[in-house]
Ligand binder design. Structure first.
Ligand code: MG
Length: 296
């Protein structure tokens, strides 16, 4: 348990990764592809466990796993290696729900990983401000929780490979810091906002800090965004609000996040990675763990 040892707290990182994958796979169940919105709404409100025998995880987990492997191997973010591992994850299964930008970027990085330096800033005129760098980064924060400055630095490096826009990067910093503070028992929305670079993500976190935890999650999602726009600033504040609302209870945290719908695999992946960095997945019903596709 020493970040100076190179790979940091790999046990905390693994807990966060397992919970991130659980959140991703659980959240994915609520998309209209699997059940009509009205039915999904009723089932989430009734806390009815999705009946499907296998809950597949999506791009959030595929890329989180790639980042996790690079950190296990190198002890820190090696950006070219990370670009290659992201491309390999994409190549292994392109049907994991990747966004348009990643479909354009990741195949290019398979043959020349170092090209992220020019290709990532060229996405969407100014780089992606999507939630893709935030959705995969919680285990990094858990791993390096002993040194928050290091968490911030490594989160930025991990984001830049695909998300060059400052808001895309800020989303990653916020989630990584939240996971680190979570492991330290110091997680508050104000503390996360205090370490997040200025901009829309930070403004959203400040607003989230003013939404009382007595507020119904769907209403909080209405105020803060639910990821429907797939932007970091409309995804991260709500996902961290539910994490802060249920810090010791992964199951309830994920139900609350699901009540927001929107980009629900990603919001649940973020919440899961932050809460689960402490709780792991042992507290959720056994059938949840059995149904989630294994990480391999
Ligand atoms: Mg996804």
């Amino acid at each position: 348990m020493n970040s100076a040892s190179g790979t940091g707290d790999s046990a905390a990182a693994r807990r966060s990764l397992e919970a991130l994958a659980l959140g991703d796979a659980f959240g994915e169940r609520w998309f209209p592809l699997f059940r009509p919105p009205r039915q999904a709404y009723g089932e989430v409100r009734a806390r009815r466990t999705p009946h499907e025998p296998v809950w597949h995880w999506t791009d959030d987990t595929a890329l989180a796993r790639a980042l996790h492997r690079v950190l296990d191997e190198c002890g820190q973010v090696d950006q070219d290696r990370l670009a290659l591992f992201f491309a390999l994850a994409f190549e292994a299964d392109r049907a994991r729900g990747y966004g348009h930008g990643m479909h354009m970027l990741l195949p290019e990085l398979l043959t020349s990983p170092g090209d992220w330096r020019t290709l990532a800033p060229g996405l969407f005129e100014g780089g992606s401000l999507g939630n893709g760098a935030a959705m995969r980064v919680a285990p990094l924060g858990a791993r390096f929780h002993q040194d928050i400055d290091h968490v911030v630095e490594q989160a930025v490096l991990s984001a830049e490979v695909t998300h060059a826009h400052p808001e895309g990067i800020a989303g990653a910093v916020a989630v990584a810091v939240a996971a680190a503070l979570s492991v330290r028992g110091e997680f508050t929305l104000a503390a996360v906002a205090g370490r997040t670079p200025g901009g829309l993500v930070r403004e959203g976190l400040r607003r989230a800090g003013e939404v009382p935890f007595t507020t119904e999650p769907w209403k909080a999602a209405d105020l803060l965004g639910n990821g429907q726009r797939i932007r970091a600033d409309d995804t991260v504040p709500f996902a961290l609000w539910t994490a802060a609302r249920h810090p010791g209870d992964l199951e309830e945290a994920l139900w609350a996040t699901a009540e927001g719908f929107g980009d629900v695999d990603t919001t649940c992946a973020i919440t899961g990675g932050v809460v689960g960095a402490v709780t792991g997945v042992d507290g959720v019903p056994a059938e949840w763990r059995q149904r989630r596709e294994p990480l391999g």
